[in-house]
Design a protein. Structure first.
Length: 431
């Protein structure tokens, strides 16, 4: 992933642009329109190394993209024209899933055009950018909302110093020693996989490799390679706490990103021939579903007390940590997790030029209770990925509401969850 691909300036046809070398396409030919979309995504990937998160489509299209060099202006224009053509299709002839396909393609094209416009220098507010890229309206929280939660934590974390400092000292007792990290993560991934495949059948050849890396703005990343194979990278720049083992194993692996990409490949690309799902543009509505389902996949895999029991019996001993403190740890972390929208507020204020970098780091320390080092790392993430931050918490909430609307029965919830992972959906389509 992160490859830089180039695309050439095609001619605007009477109906729509000929993205690179393809002929004009009827608004009723969804496969032809989908190909043009893929070629546009690859073209934008030339200008934005982060945009094409995964690609496992025809190699010739990638070679065309390297050869041709379509400008950002051209990409923006073509995305708008292609969107108009997709809109002109006869939705009345579509089956429900065909309609979902067309609707999602329209939203993906809006994201392509928006990202191209951002790179061209066009300004959007945080909220505008989130809506255009991720098809979602992020909520607003005032400082008072977080302050009320901090009062709860203050009682749970007595001692000297600021609340952020006290939380950091508390968490220092729950760091996975570096020499035990691989064993702890291997056990977490094995358990997450076992729980997932009991509910979602996966291809026999699905597999992954884990690498430990440094100097990244993120804590973990799944680079899907195609053919049900993922490279999962974990960042060891900062200490990794015991809760992150299950978090990252579920989020990056099972039933998170690895399963999401594997199911899209199998159900939509291989079975239906929908080539638009052979490419994953990072800054698009697909990411809210990907990140939201990956985060909600954690309580899907471990319901009720199952996570605490597994960590007490398996992960804490493997990490050499005091297993008698599991309940104490999660009592604190349950309140801290309710502060997660504080990061969105820091991103909104910083990207909308209402506060500077120092103030953003301080906000993250004060209201998200991050250490200064972790807050600085988070600011690097915000600077690089911008409004993408909404996908983790708002995405999780949207996925959770959809899945839990299926009822309290675990089978019904897993059916709803699998549907999100394997059909064309975006935030507004779930609400």
């Amino acid at each position: 992933m992160l490859s830089k691909w180039r695309a050439g300036l095609g001619l605007v046809a009477v109906v729509v642009c000929s993205c690179l070398s393809a002929p004009p396409v009827s608004p009723h030919d969804m496969d032809g329109l989908a190909e043009q979309y893929v070629r546009l995504v690859l073209a934008l990937g030339q200008h934005d190394a982060d945009f094409v998160d995964a690609y496992h489509g025809p190699e010739q299209w990638r070679e065309d993209a390297r050869r041709d060099e379509l400008s950002l202006d051209g990409i923006s224009i073509k995305a708008g024209l292609l969107r108009s053509t997709v809109s002109a299709g006869d939705l009345g002839r579509d089956t429900p899933v065909d309609g979902q396909r067309r609707t999602l393609l329209l939203k993906q094209l809006t994201a392509v055009q928006t990202r191209a416009d951002l790179l061209r220098g066009k300004k959007f507010s945080f909220d505008q950018e989130a809506r255009l890229l991720y098809d979602a309206a992020p909520p607003h929280y005032e400082a008072g909302y977080f302050e009320s939660l901090l009062v709860e934590l203050d009682a749970l974390l007595p001692g000297e110093g600021s609340l952020s400092e006290r939380r950091s000292r508390f968490r220092d007792s729950f760091v996975i020693p570096s020499e035990r990290l691989d064993a702890v993560f291997a056990a977490a991934i094995d358990e997450c996989r076992k729980r997932t495949i009991q509910r979602i059948p996966l291809p026999e050849n699905e597999r992954f490799v884990v690498e430990y890396v440094t100097d990244k703005p993120w804590s973990g990343y799944n680079w899907f390679q195609g053919n049900a194979y993922s490279l999962i990278q974990l960042n060891t720049d900062l200490p990794i706490h015991i809760d992150r083992a299950v978090d990252l194993a579920c989020h990056e692996g099972y039933p998170g990103h690895h399963v999401f990409n594997t199911l899209l490949e199998r159900e939509l690309v291989q079975k239906r021939g929908w080539v638009e799902f052979s490419v994953y543009p990072l800054f698009s509505p697909m990411s809210l579903i990907a990140e939201g389902s990956a985060n909600y996949g954690i309580p899907m895999a471990f319901s009720g007390r199952e996570r605490e029991d597994f960590e007490r019996d398996v992960l804490f001993p493997l990490a050499g940590l005091d297993a008698s403190r599991v309940d104490e740890y999660y009592q604190v972390e349950a309140v801290v997790k309710r502060l997660n929208y504080a990061g969105n507020e820091a991103a909104r204020a910083y990207l909308d030029n209402e506060i500077d970098a120092d103030a953003a780091v301080q906000w993250l320390q004060d209201y998200a209770l991050m250490s200064r080092e972790r807050a600085q790392q988070r600011l690097k993430f915000i600077e690089k990925y911008r409004s993408y931050v909404i996908n983790y918490n708002l995405g999780k909430d949207i996925v959770r509401e959809y899945v839990e609307a299926a009822g309290s029965d675990s089978d019904a919830r897993w059916t709803a969850f699998e549907k999100i992972l394997s059909t064309p959906v975006s935030a507004s389509m779930l609400q």
